[in-house]
Design a protein around this ligand. Structure first.
Ligand code: AMP
Length: 145
């Protein structure tokens, strides 16, 4: 099986490097494009625009958060030691939508996630891995953590 565009969905958990190394290895073996995405969930989108009525506003992703995410993604990419990488930090209503939206827009044919991250320790498959698997337009590899 050969892939043309591998998309690694990165959180910044301790296991992200291990998952990223699997994704990078596959991309290199296939001679595929290799992209990394991190999603910053945007509460204002998921609350459907009515958020201004809430007495206490949830913290919205601001420029600082996006900038810090870009820096963390850059550091992760550097550890992976590959230069020709697309690095995307996207703002989306949910992590799943951000990953699947990018996969569709950029024609990824393999999405690589960790089986568990920050939200999934009690589950057989983490919530993001599960959600991505169910909506994906392409293959999904859940790297066992
Ligand atoms: P979790 O749903 O937290 O168990 O995460 C499972 C996997 O989903 C992680 O190992 C990552 O590969 C991916 N993931 C989780 N959160 C994000 C995020 N904000 N952006 C991109 N990928 C993520």
């Amino acid at each position: 099986m050969s892939y043309q565009h591998v998309l690694f969905a990165a959180d910044f958990s301790d296991e992200a490097l291990k998952v990223g190394e699997r994704a990078k290895d596959i991309a290199e073996k296939c001679g595929a494009r290799f992209s990394i995405i991190h999603v910053v969930e945007d509460m204002s989108i998921s609350l459907g625009g009515g958020y201004e009525l809430l007495p206490v506003l949830p913290e919205l992703p601001d420029e600082t958060l996006l900038r810090e995410s870009r820096e963390a993604l850059g550091a992760l990419a550097e550890k992976l030691g590959r230069t020709a990488i697309n690095l995307w930090v996207v703002n989306a209503p949910s992590t799943k939508e951000g990953i699947l939206g990018a996969a569709k827009e950029h024609g990824a044919d393999l999405i690589v996630v960790g089986s568990h991250g920050r939200h999934g320790l009690a589950l057989l498959l983490g919530s993001t891995a599960n959600a991505v698997l169910h909506g994906a337009p392409c293959d999904v590899l859940a790297v066992r953590i």
